[in-house]
Design a protein around this ligand. Structure first.
Ligand code: F6P
Length: 547
């Protein structure tokens, strides 16, 4: 069954939220804290080793109740059960959305077109496990009999971002294999990677759900040609494996059928790291760690599926995001992990969030009259504090921000970690409270600043505060907690798509540019510029003339 088609702005709760917003708009979060000593106790969720404090938001109990009513008015419960049951909720592509099946326990029964997909899921999982063990142990060797030292993941979008983010995030748990990622069709990218490789000891993992993606095929061909400068055609079978739904195309590329790891059209590219698309993760950290990542995601799935909405982390975070996006008119959200390991989390989630919910047509086929997908961006703290935090603190834009931090550092270096975490706590406190003119004046007095200078400087030194943040404090960065964290954001995406009444699991918006690029490539090859707008023709001529 498909998702219901309910315009959220026609619900009672939406109208009540609009009224409520007019009362809350200029509210001071700081005052709400002053009036309620137990605010954090009220507005937090403790789940497993996650503590999610959402009390530093411009909300009161009525806001939460109304947002929860909105979830009920669009029948979120019904949508969640359809999502997990494998219903065809990706209606524009006539597909189920079942990345959750990839991390479900083996004894679960999940039907697609009446067939239980779990045996197949576990068959591929076992293939990933055996292959990983053979490569990591050195049992499986390259064409000159040497064990593999380097792995190159060739893919783009969902076939690159997830594995690249997780391999980086789980660096601490890594084995001896060096894992590289080639994604961009920019030849300089692939050539920079090739420079570091020895063909005798490198394994290439081509990841492409469709096996038609220009970037991935071009990079794969370039790499194969480079490989064949030292090796023979029959050696390709030892060094190239592929992950795809398109077995025919993979075989045509020359990959041995034993080296194909299948995936399914019910797994969206941007949610596919849990499938064999995560092969490079498994190779980098070993299958057991990869499996723990999946287990962590499954725990979050269970939480999301079964927990009451007011204690349900993805639901609450999604509703808060809707509160700012649709009522306050916030244009973007920031995501600041206080760990260098998560430096690729924001770019990874940019695809997840923006490719999923960057839609303007509702499930009724008509343009929506309200804002949808949020813009997401971010960098790890404390680096980001020295880069763009100025704008979050004193700029004109409202930027709700998620802070993600860990209680324990991985190398046990508490000197560094306590400094890192003091910044983590200080930033959300500063964003909440700001600094009043009185506080600034008192500082000037203490420093003996002249009254003339103080008067001039005062407005620049005041922080208005009242900037909303969520704090996600996790015990430790492990494969399992990372799996839970990623799944949390996946489900947040889902909830928002349901409420906005859009189809989150297609991505038609990326097609037009691809089509045009193909015809422009023909023009570049033939050196003949066809009819374009004046600017595009002008630029193309300049490019061809100065080549
Ligand atoms: O950018 C569009 C897109 O289809 C993404 O959704 C996908 O992750 C990426 O291209 C790569 O696609 P494929 O895995 O089929 O090569």
């Amino acid at each position: 069954m498909s998702l219901l088609n309910i315009n959220p702005t026609h619900t009672n709760s939406w109208k009540q939220l609009e009224n409520h917003f007019s009362k809350m708009e200029n509210n001071s979060i700081k005052e709400m804290f002053q009036n309620d000593e137990k605010r954090a106790e009220k507005f937090h969720i403790q789940w497993n080793d996650f503590l999610v404090d959402y009390s530093k938001n411009n909300i009161n109990q009525e806001t939460i109740d109304l947002l929860l009513n909105l979830a009920d008015d669009v029948n979120l419960k019904d949508a969640i059960s359809k999502y997990f049951a494998g219903d065809l909720i990706n209606q524009t592509e006539n597909r189920a959305v079942l990345h959750t099946a990839l991390r479900a326990p083996e004894n679960e029964v999940i039907l697609v077109d009446g067939i239980n997909v779990m045996p197949e899921v576990f068959e591929v999982k076992n293939k990933v496990k055996n292959f990983t063990n053979q490569i990591v142990s050195g049992e499986r060797k390259g064409y000159t009999g040497k064990p593999f030292t380097d792995i190159v993941n060739i893919g783009i979008g969902g076939s690159d971002l997830g594995p690249a983010m997780v391999v980086e995030a789980l660096q601490f748990y890594k084995n001896h294999l060096n894992v590289h990622f080639v994604s961009n069709v920019d030849g300089d990218h692939v050539n920079e990677i090739i420079k570091k490789l020895n063909p005798e000891t490198t394994l290439f993992v081509i990841v492409s759900k469709t096996f038609t993606t220009q970037e991935t095929l071009t990079n794969s061909e370039t790499i194969r040609s480079w490989f064949l400068k030292s090796a023979k055609n029959e050696d390709v079978a030892k060094h190239f494996v592929a992950v795809s739904t398109n077995i025919q195309k993979v075989t045509e590329f020359g990959i041995d059928s034993n080296n194909i790891f299948p995936m399914w059209d019910w797994v969206g590219g941007r949610f596919s790291l849990w499938s064999a698309v995560g092969l490079s993760i498994s190779l980098a950290v070993g299958f057991d760690n990869f499996d723990s990542l999946l287990k962590g995601a499954n725990k979050m799935d269970e939480h999301f599926k079964t927990e009451a909405f007011d204690k349900n982390i993805p639901v609450v975070l999604a509703l808060l995001s809707i509160w700012y996006n649709n009522f306050f008119g916030a244009e973007s959200e920031a995501l600041i992990p206080y760990t260098q390991y998560l430096q690729k989390l924001a770019p990874y989630l940019q695809q997840g969030i923006m490719e999923s919910n960057g839609k303007s047509i509702g499930r009724d086929g008509k343009p929506v009259s309200y804002q949808t997908g949020t813009i997401i961006w971010g960098e790890p703290g404390t680096n980001s504090q020295h880069a763009f935090f100025q704008l979050i603190h004193q700029g004109t834009k409202l930027i709700p921000t998620d802070f993600i931090g860990y209680v324990k550092p991985l190398y046990g270096d508490n000197n560094h970690h306590d400094k890192l975490m003091s910044n983590f706590f200080a930033q959300t406190e500063a964003l909440l409270n700001g600094k009043t003119p009185e506080q600034v004046k008192a500082e000037f007095d203490k420093q003996g600043v002249s009254s003339e200078k103080a008067e001039f400087l005062l407005p620049f030194k005041v922080f208005s505060g009242n900037k909303p943040t969520n704090t996600i404090l996790i015990q430790k960065l492990t494969p399992e907690s990372l799996g839970s964290l990623i799944a949390l954001y996946e489900h947040k995406i889902f909830v928002q798509g349901v409420i906005w009444n859009i189809f989150s699991y297609d991505q038609w918006g990326v097609e037009l540019g691809k089509q045009l690029a193909n015809s422009i490539l023909d023009e570049i090859n033939s050196k003949k510029v066809n009819n374009h707008d004046n600017s595009t023709s002008f630029l193309l001529k300049h490019f061809l003339d100065s080549k």
